[in-house]
Design a protein around this ligand. Structure first.
Ligand SMILES: [Fe+2]
Length: 182
């Protein structure tokens, strides 16, 4: 994929690691593939927003790798850099299968909804869940990752349980819209 200049500049400015850049490219390519299938079935996708959002969703990892913090940093950076809100929200809502306002409060995050809503937000979040480093795997791999989180952080099981539920819903919705199977 040709990475737009505006993305390269930001990656450089914030010093995003090469590994994370590779991950973002893999997510963008996978997201685009899903978008193409969705469009074949008649639903319009804002490809420009999708690609920019996917390539920049983890820019906050230049500041922190904390799973519960990096997406906030991504949104903060993109807002400060003047990106449109539809792109900012792709980053802000990409974590796992989203976080409700109530869950955010329990997790000590600013109390608001981080659930992917637009089609572009959903596709990037879903593509990210299935992209391990730069490799795209199947949906079961994501479920197994949640099982591992349960083993390592049993105190988060209330959150992984609702994540499973939301992730399955999102998978079904995207399968229906794209005709793909994950
Ligand atoms: Fe992320």
């Amino acid at each position: 994929m040709d990475v737009p200049e505006v993305v390269r500049r930001l990656w450089e400015k914030y010093g995003l690691e090469e590994k994370v850049r590779g991950h973002c490219i893999a997510v963008a390519e996978f997201a685009l593939k899903i978008a193409e299938e969705v469009e074949k079935r008649g639903q319009k996708v804002d490809r420009e927003a999708l690609i920019l959002g996917a390539l920049l969703h983890d820019i906050g990892r230049a500041i922190t790798h904390d799973p519960f913090e990096h997406f906030l940093k991504s949104a903060e950076i993109l807002r400060a850099e003047g990106f449109e809100e539809k792109i900012v929200k792709i980053a802000e809502r990409h974590f796992s299968a989203g976080i409700s306002a109530e869950e955010a409060k329990k997790l000590g995050l600013p109390e608001k909804d981080y659930i992917p809503e637009s089609l572009e937000e959903k596709i990037v979040s879903f593509a990210d869940n299935l992209t391990f480093g730069s490799a795209v795997r199947d949906f079961d791999s994501f479920m197994r990752r949640l099982n591992k989180i349960d083993e390592e952080y049993p105190e988060l099981s209330w959150f992984t349980a609702s994540t499973r539920h939301r992730a399955i819903q999102m998978k079904e919705e995207i399968e229906k819209l794209s005709g793909m199977r994950f």
